[in-house]
Design a protein around this ligand. Structure first.
Ligand code: GAP
Length: 476
């Protein structure tokens, strides 16, 4: 399947099977904002839980918090986001459409031969790193890059554009203060560094994890849930002794890559991309890129943020944010290694990896199925229980089995349609196990379990089903 088709087919599948809907669809949608449906919400929650447990439950020295989205406006001044959280943009004078310069250039590169494209991308990275806006404009002009709407090359100069959304707090207009919707969850961790360290009696090195919504006024928002204006991040800040940051940066690069591989995705679908242009707070940074249907793109960042954030908050708040290290009897401002992964991007990665249109044709018969091969621990529904008929006491047996299992994992009951159609529907939802209750079950308490991936079926005692599924969906 061509990759363009694959992305379009995944989007259509997500809508048809209740994973992802365009936000406010009945009003023709809101650009780059999406809602998760009944199955998407379960998938997303399972991914979030797996990340949360991997961080907090599996590391003795990492704890999780849940900070508010609204923060004091000075936070964003201190963090550098008011002055620096901007991207170089360019407007097409004919269509009035605004582009992020790197996106415009990347889209152009996709239309030309690879060697020349790589050369342009390399040059672009250098110009971005040097904040050389005239150089970027010259590159766009020299290569006659066109606006996708007007088809012209009539461009403005390249300018910076801040990505934060602002709103007002306070009930009376004159007293209202401008505040921002957080563009990253990390700052909620920095401002709580001492609260957590003291109340949790944490000793360096230690980490604080958090998941939650972030908001960015992305100019070119495209690629389905890859780039959204409202999205969710899963971030962890790991506080270390100054001078040890390189060792911990390497540790977290490796640990995060292992987490990705633990999703059952093969190593050749990932690569690291070391940053040439570093964010204002970083001294080392890389992306973990996954091979999405539209090519290798960032899914996670690992950043060595130095002591930038804590020192800035110390300066702007006037409050001390240092740590007393009893091993060396010294106060210092810790350095920070950050791991930052987009939850929605991870959902998209898991969907891209799981989606398959499988040809099941034989010599006598054309056949196919669409299957989502989710890792069982992440599947929205773990077990479907399907009575062969709607009568003869079979539904009651099916309901009994569900009653035993549902405190432990998400089950689904269905009695309509032929069993073949019901299996195909569960394949399309990514349900790893289906159990069929038939007339023989009444005699011997045996049921048929059918495995999504192999489509193999076997007879097993009904009382074993709960533990069989529990064993297969274990996270650790
Ligand atoms: N605290 C550091 C930080 O926010 P980032 O590289 O800007 O770093 C981290 O973002 C991750 O958040 C990205 O790797 C990506 O997965 C996700 N992300 C960023 N912008 C996004 C957007 N507009 N839509 C969806 N996910 C996004």
């Amino acid at each position: 399947m061509a990759n363009d088709n694959k992305l379009a087919n995944i989007i259509a599948h997500c809508k048809e099977y209740g994973f992802v809907f365009q936000s406010s669809e009945i009003y023709d949608g809101l650009s780059a904002v999406y809602d998760y449906g009944q199955n998407g919400a379960e998938l997303k929650r399972n991914i979030r839980d797996y990340w949360w447990k991997s961080m907090t439950q599996m590391h003795d020295n990492i704890v999780g918090i849940d900070a508010a989205i609204f923060m004091h406006p000075t936070v964003w001044k201190a963090s550098g986001h008011v002055d620096n959280f901007s991207d170089p943009m360019i407007d097409n004078k004919d269509s009035k459409k605004r582009y992020r310069v790197d996106h415009l250039i990347e889209a152009f590169v996709e239309t030309i031969d690879k060697e020349k494209g790589d050369e342009i991308l390399q040059q672009m990275e250098q110009l971005l790193a040097a904040n050389d806006f005239d150089g970027l404009k010259a590159m766009i002009d020299a290569n006659k890059m066109k606006c996708s709407i007007s088809g012209t090359c009539n461009w403005t100069e390249v300018r910076q554009f801040n990505l934060m959304f602002s709103t007002e707090i306070g009930s009376v207009a004159e007293e209202a203060n401008v505040i921002y919707l957080r563009p990253e969850t990390a700052q909620g961790i920095f401002v709580n560094f001492l609260n957590v360290q003291k109340t949790g009696r944490m000793k360096i090195p230690f980490g604080i994890a958090q998941t939650g919504k972030a908001f960015r006024n992305e100019i070119v928002a495209r690629g389905f849930i890859f780039r959204m204006r409202e999205f969710e991040q899963m971030e962890m800040q790991f506080f270390v002794k100054p001078g040890t940051q390189k060792e911990w940066y390497d540790y977290w690069k490796e640990t995060r890559m292992k987490w990705h591989l633990s999703l059952g995705i093969s190593a050749d679908k990932y690569r690291f991309h070391d940053h040439v242009k570093l964010a204002h707070y970083a001294d080392m940074a890389c992306d973990i890129e996954y091979d999405f249907p539209m090519g290798f793109k960032e899914v996670e960042g690992v950043h060595s943020r130095t002591d930038f954030d804590l020192k800035q908050h110390q300066q702007f708040s006037g409050k001390k944010l240092t740590y007393f290290d009893t091993d060396i009897n010294q106060h210092y401002t810790p350095y920070v290694i950050e791991t930052s992964i987009g939850l929605d991007r991870t959902v998209m990665m898991i969907l891209s990896e799981a989606y398959e249109e499988e040809d099941l044709s034989t010599a006598d018969k054309q056949d196919s199925r669409t299957v989502l091969r989710f890792p069982p621990m992440l599947a929205p529904i773990k077990l479907a229980v399907l009575p062969l008929t709607k009568k003869d006491g079979l539904p009651e047996i099916a309901r009994d089995l569900i009653a035993q299992c549902k405190p432990h994992f998400k089950c689904f009951y269905e009695e309509k349609d032929t069993i073949g159609k019901r299996y195909r529907r569960q394949d399309a939802l990514g349900t790893p196990f289906c159990v069929t209750i038939d007339h023989q079950t009444k005699e011997d308490n045996m049921v048929t379990i059918r495995y999504r991936d192999s489509m193999l079926q076997e007879r097993v005692p009904m009382e074993q089903i709960k533990n069989m599924v529990l064993e297969k969906i274990k996270m650790f």
